[in-house]
Design a protein around this ligand. Sequence first.
Ligand SMILES: Cc1ncc(COP(=O)(O)O)c(C=O)c1O
Length: 382
Amino acid sequence: MDKLSEIRAQVPAVQSQVYLNTGTAGPLPEPVRAAMAESLAAQVSGGRIASEYYVKLSRLKAEIRARHATMLGCEPDEIALTQNTTDGMNLVTLGVNWQPGDEAITTNLEHAGALFPLFAARARFGITIKIADVLERPEEAAAVIERLITPRTKLIAVSHVSFITGAVLPVKEIAEVAHRHGVLVLVDGAQSFGAIPVNVKELGVDFYAVTSQKWLCGPEGAGALYASRAAVSQVQITFAGYNTAQAYDMYAGLLPKGNAQKFEQGTLQPATLAGHLAALRWLTDEVGADWAYSRIRSLAAAARALLAEVPGVTVLTPAETAGLVSFQVEANADAVLKALTGQKILIRTVPHPRSLRLSTGFYNTEEELEQLAAALRPLARA
Ligand SMILES: Cc1ncc(COP(=O)(O)O)c(C=O)c1O
């Protein structure tokens, strides 16, 4: 069996349908299911209070932090375990030392995961949110953002890969601009982590939020936040729990940990953590992250090329792609989606501008993309 067939054999959800929506949630591979089931079985048979149980849990968390650090190019103490991307975005956005009248900058390519924490900060602290229009020219985002920076700007929150158009934003240039003006940079990595190589040190960003359930193919409810050693003290804790503190006193209060772990709070589900770790191991040790990245990229390029040939289709995603390819159809997008779903071809719609979006996972095949293009031919025209 070739490598791709071996991988597909471990991912049941891609065998019965054309699974082109990893950007919403990746298919769960068998090793992830097995790790979660094993953890649950141990909880049921052995109970959840033995000292060994906590030792194992703490080892599990340490390995997850270490593997995230390896994948992101940072140190394990710069990783906090979170529950999803949005969790990380909230932890940072709401922890900035906002004063009324301070400003945050984001773009018009963002998901609720980046926007809503900013909205919450605006409602609570009276900040202003400036939205950089980078829809047409994402590659110029750094210059557009720089024009919006004022002495009141404290945070720039942007996606690495836009969930709308699939554009890869020039995060490194954005960080350079931000730091020239003393502004913190928080990146929403929901559509980049596991899809493209990410090195947070090379990018020079301060915070980077990721999740398990999308390109990593892990379970829902697990994620991670990178907080650089240099920037971690500039953001306060909004949520505090026993994992937050390095010490506390009933009267004096708590001394937060000096690293990213200050963002961790209370108890997490070990089966979810076990599944998350299994997904990290599977991608890096079995599939091979570099192999996955290059396959995702070449499939996305193939999808762009195939769609461009379909009458009635306009591709929105720029040539510099990750794993998302968005396109518009002359026909009604909802009707097209419904027809594709009926043929077991799973993609989705996205808003602003309303489009259809497919995701190319490393487990997809060129034939599946051809199948999508063929299915669109009779559907896409008005
Ligand atoms: C760019 C982006 N950010 C954030 C999210 C939300 O991710 P999560 O559910 O991990 O918080 C998504 C997807 O749902 C996304 O595409």
